[in-house]
Design a protein around this ligand. Structure first.
Ligand SMILES: O=C(O)CCC(=O)C(=O)O
Length: 251
């Protein structure tokens, strides 16, 4: 899917874009089934982590992460090689594309917790901010079930973050921006199969899931593959950050 010049200009100005109908209903249903199969397997292996709570057994506040999704199920691997997706990413960061991080974020019905304001490149530290995040909705993402929120035009700022919990008690570095002016925040509601795409310095958050249905999303983070490995890449498992596309060399 190629972005239009208008969409790219809007992304540069506002720091985010919404796009409906990236995947059709059948593709979404299949991904959802694989997502649940994967989440259940990881839960049984005690490898499904609650990334917004210092207590993994916190029963009222759950933000489950399917980490390195492409290493967990072939369907997630196929998705990041899909030319519809790579064409879109190419419009934003150029033709050399490397996966930097890939996660399912699963908020169960009623107990799904909020994700605090943060900027993705605080985690990745990719030079020159040449990285972009593509969040795919597997359920209709709404304010009530915890869709993404953005601060349009605020992607030029580098904001201070703080660690969410004491890492001597629970491992894992997860951050949030302690103080932020939320004036002008917009809810990025997208139907299932649609995308919320944001610049890596776009502050974003999501609220609790207050509905009786799960809210499932896949967050795919891509960087310019011409740049040196950021620190984050070095701590991920082998094969976690493949190069997905290289610029074609003119004959
Ligand atoms: O899925 C969510 O609610 C939050 C995802 C997110 O913040 C991220 O991928 O950076």
């Amino acid at each position: 899917m190629h972005l239009t010049a208008d969409q790219i200009a809007r992304f540069e100005r506002e720091g985010y874009l919404l796009s409906e109908g990236f995947l059709g209903a059948e593709e979404v249903a299949h991904l959802r089934a694989c997502y649940m199969e994967t989440a259940e397997r990881l839960a049984a292996e005690r490898a499904l982590e609650n990334v917004q709570s210092g207590g993994d057994r916190d029963e009222d506040y759950q933000v489950w992460q399917i980490r390195t999704a492409h290493l967990q199920h072939p369907i997630f691997r196929m998705l990041i090689h899909d030319s519809r997706l790579l064409d879109l990413v190419e419009g934003l960061i150029g033709p050399d594309i490397r996966l930097v991080h890939y996660q399912g974020i699963y908020k169960p019905a009623r107990t799904g917790g909020a994700v605090g304001w943060h900027q993705d490149n605080h985690y990745f530290n990719v030079p020159e901010d040449r990285t972009v995040s593509v969040w795919l909705a597997l359920d209709d993402a709404t304010v009530r079930n915890g869709c993404m929120w953005y601060l349009p035009g605020r992607h030029g700022e580098r904001l201070a973050h703080e660690q969410l919990w004491d890492t001597s008690v629970k491992k894992g570095f997860y951050f949030a921006i302690p103080e932020i002016d939320e004036a002008g925040a917009v809810a990025a509601e997208v139907p299932a199969g649609g995308l919320a795409i944001h610049h890596c310095r776009m502050p974003h958050k999501s609220l609790r899931n207050e509905t009786d249905q799960p809210r499932r999303g896949l967050a795919m983070h891509f960087m310019d593959a011409r740049l040196a490995d950021p620190e984050m890449v070095k701590i991920l498992p082998e094969g976690a950050t493949p190069v997905l596309r290289r610029a074609r060399v003119a004959a």
